[in-house]
Design a protein around this ligand. Structure first.
Ligand code: CTP
Ligand code: MG
Length: 219
């Protein structure tokens, strides 16, 4: 099985507010460099979708494609740029990637065909009463039993995921991740235990957490 790591890194980091997020540094290294270095030992090649106009930094052992306007479109460009039969898709914005999670995903994709890192939800979940109002109020409690928060990496047979992406494109269907595109077609996706350290750096608070964790992770 030829495995490629596909890293969508073309986002503009609007919520963080520091420019293209994949190129933001924590503990002296960019989020992208950390994600690519974690994946490289497990795969035959690493492909990165970069923001238009950005160059791949020299220290990243990867091939670059030009990213698109949405994450979904950036991943489709990556899927079309490799001939690997199996792909590991991982957000650049999740820089702390334990090797055990990668190994578990590669085992699960062989048996189930698709797998994602995910964690059981630990917080109480509530839907706001009027989600678009300025002030939020408690609306409906959503029991968390059986609910998982989906992370990346996610592992797929490339041609199956490519078909799901092409179906979504022709239907105008938008998803926040790739496993959701396959699941929409009724295909099985294994849930593999993720890791709290796989959180996505989305907001300034997440960046503060990542800066605190980096020296511990690197030690
Ligand atoms: N991504 C991408 N192409 C896009 C949008 C996002 O490759 N057009 C990537 C991001 O670089 C990131 C991952 O998808 O690694 C998850 O996206 P997100 O956390 O939303 O990052 P941004 O889109 O950069 O952030 P924001 O939504 O706050 O602008
Ligand atoms: Mg985004």
């Amino acid at each position: 099985m030829k495995v490629a790591a596909l890293i969508p890194a073309a986002g503009s980091g609007t919520r963080l507010g520091l420019g293209p997020k994949a190129l933001v540094k924590v503990g002296g290294r960019t989020l992208l460099a950390r994600s690519a270095a974690a994946l490289a030992p497990h795969v035959a090649e690493v492909l990165v979708a970069l923001p238009p106009g950005e160059e791949l930094p020299a220290d990243i052992p990867a091939r670059a494609v030009v990213g698109r306007a949405t994450r979904q479109a950036s991943v489709l460009a990556l899927l079309r740029a490799t001939d690997a039969d199996t792909v590991l898709i991982h957000d650049a914005a999740r820089p702390f990637l334990p090797p055990g999670v990668i190994q578990a995903l590669l085992a699960a994709v062989q048996t189930t065909g698709a797998a994602t890192a995910a964690l059981p939800v630990a917080d109480t979940l509530v839907r706001a009463a009027h989600p678009r109002a300025a002030a939020q109020h408690w609306g409906t409690l959503t029991p968390r039993e059986g609910l998982w928060a989906v992370q990346t990496p996610q592992a797929f047979r490339r041609l199956a995921l490519l078909a799901a992406h092409e179906a979504a494109l022709s239907d105008g269907y938008a998803a926040t991740d790739d496993a959701g595109l396959l699941a929409r077609l009724g295909q099985a996706v294994a849930l593999v235990p993720g890791d709290a350290r796989l959180f996505k750096v989305t907001t300034p608070g997440d960046l503060a957490l990542a800066q605190a964790l980096a020296p511990v992770w690197d030690a």
